[in-house]
Design a protein around this ligand. Structure first.
Ligand code: NAD
Length: 325
């Protein structure tokens, strides 16, 4: 079998078209969606992310503002800024860039964002609503994974569905979203690092959703230990999910994003690119080539869940602006 490749970019474009129409309607009614990103201190990774957010918002007609605060700001002052944004009539959505400086309690700051302006859907109140059947917004990546799944397999009633990963931001909310339908939910199993025989679970899955980030974690740990001067063995960066772990005909959604070396030389060092830097690749948790021969449908990495996650952020931003009125 050769699996259908689920095109995340095409789905993201469709969602963005709807968001563009909704944003224009709101703007015509004098209620332009306005997303304020709060960034504390400087961070190259966050800069890439905020640039991407700015571009994405611009492309659909959402106003984007970056509030850059100094790294030394106290937590109380940051909470004061968030309170101002919560009360602002201009800001309809707030996104907090992570990581925050070490002197801050990230959970405490995140919880201070008004649930009505929580475009990431991560506030405990919005998470709690997931439990009861969903509110205005839900977490972006879980929604993206489920959107791609439902477009591929609309009838999930009773389908054996295995989720690998049980984090608060991905695995657990995916399970909650899938269990929302009173009479037509899939049968959900959630696996994680302590699962005893992962393959026994994945092999019986009609639907497999993977969000573990294992090879990235191994590569990061290796680099950390090597930097500390330890004598470490070259890590095994092969995919967590091999073809032998797949039920023929399964639908496979790979949420993971692993940025890892393309390979290692005889000395155990990452192979270099033509600029003399480590040659890197972005891959998921699933052995894409091999699993494509067995699954009925599969998301690629990149180009699967990632672009739909961004589209969901825009969709949530418009949903918050609509609900605020
Ligand atoms: P996390 O580190 O918080 O959680 C990892 C999960 O994987 C945990 O539940 C852990 O128990 C499980 N796990 C680890 N090793 C395992 C193993 N050997 N077998 C089974 N389970 C194992 O990570 P996260 O924040 O949930 O992110 C997961 C992945 O999803 C990462 O690769 C991340 O980059 C990716 N991600 C993608 C998007 C997107 O937009 N596509 C967004 C967020 C996260």
């Amino acid at each position: 079998m050769s699996a259908k490749i689920i095109d995340g970019n095409a789905v993201a474009d469709e969602i963005k078209s709807r968001v563009t129409a909704d944003a224009a309607e709101l703007a015509n009614a004098g209620r332009k969606p306005h997303l304020t990103a709060v960034q504390v201190g400087e961070n190259p990774a966050s800069k890439i992310y905020t640039n991407m957010q700015a571009k994405a918002c611009e492309s659909v007609g959402i106003e984007y503002e970056l509030l850059n605060l100094p790294a030394e700001i106290s937590q109380d002052d940051l909470l004061g800024k968030i309170a101002e944004l919560n009360a602002s009539t201009e800001t309809t959505g707030i996104i907090l860039q992570m990581p925050l400086p070490a002197h801050m309690d990230a959970r405490r700051v995140q919880v201070a964002i008004s649930p009505a302006k929580d475009v990431e859907g991560m506030h405990p109140e919005n998470m709690g609503r997931l439990f009861y059947g969903g509110g205005t917004v839900s977490p972006c990546t879980p929604m993206a994974a489920v959107e791609l799944l439902k477009r591929t397999q609309p009838d999930l009633a009773g389908a054996e569905t295995v989720i690998v990963g049980h984090s608060e931001i991905v695995g657990k909310p995916i399970a909650m979203i899938l269990l929302q339908s009173p009479n037509a939910s899939p049968t959900v199993t959630v696996c994680h690092v302590a699962t005893k025989d992962l393959a026994a679970h994945t092999r019986r899955a009609d639907v497999l959703i993977v969000a573990a980030g294992v090879s990235q974690a191994r590569w990061s740990a290796y680099r950390r230990r090597k930097k500390a001067g330890e004598d470490v063995k070259t890590p095994d960066l092969s995919a967590l999910i091999s073809a032998e772990m797949i039920k023929p005909g399964a639908v496979v959604i790979d949420v993971a994003i692993n940025r890892i070396p393309k390979g290692f030389d005889d000395n155990g060092d990452p192979v270099k690119n033509d600029k003399g830097k480590n040659a890197m690749q972005t891959v998921g948790d699933v052995d894409f080539e091999a699993v494509s021969q067995i699954a009925s449908a599969i998301t690629p990495v990149p180009g699967g869940v990632g672009p739909v996650t961004v589209a969901m952020l825009l969709s949530n931003t418009v949903a918050c602006a609509k609900a605020i009125g």
